[in-house]
Design a protein. Sequence first.
Length: 133
Amino acid sequence: MPDHTDGPLRLDAGRIAAAVIFVDKHGLRALTMRRLGQVLGVEAMSLYRHVHGKEHLLDTVAQFLADGLDGDADVLSAPRDGWQDFVQRLAHGVRRVSLEAPWQDIAHSQASCSGTSCSRCLRLAPTSAHSTC
């Protein structure tokens, strides 16, 4: 089986949304490749053409949730009124995502956080803070 660094495998947004809905309904522990395959009407093995395994699936779901911040009008992509305002807006956006999908914090801790999902929340604020000082 290919390892986690073998290239950009991706599920489409519909399949990722199905995983999010599944976890919302059944909980994170219930999510398996086999169960997601059943929900999608495909064999679990066919999912491995898009993700390397459950950890990669969790990374993909975390990225999907973090990408939701881009559509949040209150979250800025760059500081406008100082870095404190920027960080506060980002924190409120992350909180809104957490309230909508409370299990996502667990998904982040179980996922490797190797993608941009973590960089959006963990690297943007310090970079922006330094760029405005």
